[in-house]
Design a protein. Structure first.
Ligand code: 1PZ
Length: 206
């Protein structure tokens, strides 16, 4: 195991971190601690470097949101705590609030999940098709027209399916296994975050 660790691919590192986080959530009686959550979400940014320069802006945006949550871990123990505080101060949906940033990060995690599901759905699904479907489904409904246009244009610069697999240091076979692991491990986390809002009667249409 120690020998394999050194050869860990970025995708394996992400999949393992989410599995660990899901296990931790279970061990903590179904609560998610902000610190480990933020650290795990931060790992995802390694995937951006495989997408090319056009997604640099998406990376900066995503990382800013994650860093806000990592900073918040100094004052708040759990994801529940930030929701409680923002509900109290009536700023759940306010730009820059921890709760809003949590919602944005959750959409990022969901985007990757749907992207991987699409990517695995057929052997010849292009990255363009997978990313376009995932973005349209998960993030586009909540992004401005200008952002949607920019993302749409950026999609044409994405690497091919084969290029992505090479850049991720995976093979046809290993990429399936690792993407599947992320899909399975991130699902309970994503559902948990949605439920933080829904259980407080906050809809998810923003
Ligand atoms: C492998 C993935 C390929 C798919 C590519 C999908 C590209 C998504 C591009 C997103 C561009 C985001 C541009 C800025 C959006 C902001 O308006 C919003 C709202 O911010 P607020 O008003 O709350 O301050 N910001 C966001 O939605 C946060 C950024 C999310 C980006 C998630 C991408 C995660 C994908 C990771 C892929 C490795």
């Amino acid at each position: 195991v120690a020998a394999r660790k050194g050869m860990e691919t970025p995708l394996t590192a992400v999949a393992e971190a989410f599995e660990e986080l899901a296990r931790r959530m279970e061990a903590d009686g179904g609560e998610l601690r902000l610190g480990p959550f933020g650290d795990t979400c931060a790992l995802v940014s390694v995937l951006f470097s495989c997408l090319g320069i056009a997604f640099r802006f998406a990376e900066i945006e995503y990382v800013a949101k994650v860093n806000d949550l990592i900073g918040a871990a100094k004052s708040y123990g759990t994801l529940n705590d930030i929701l409680d505080k923002d509900v109290e101060n009536d700023c759940v949906k306010k730009q820059g609030s921890h709760s809003r940033n949590l919602r944005r990060v959750r959409l990022g995690l969901g985007l990757i999940k749907v992207l991987f599901e699409q990517f695995l759905s057929t052997q010849d699904c292009s990255l363009y098709d997978a990313a376009t479907t995932a973005y349209g489904q998960v993030c586009a409904p909540f992004h401005s027209w200008a952002v949607r246009k920019a993302v749409g244009a950026g999609m044409y610069t994405l690497p091919s399916r084969e290029q992505l697999i090479v850049r991720l240091n995976e093979t046809d076979c290993s990429v399936q296994k690792e993407m599947r692991r992320y899909i399975d491990a991130s699902s309970p986390i994503i559902d948990y975050i949605d439920n933080l809002f829904l259980s407080r009667n906050i809809s998810l249409d923003w």
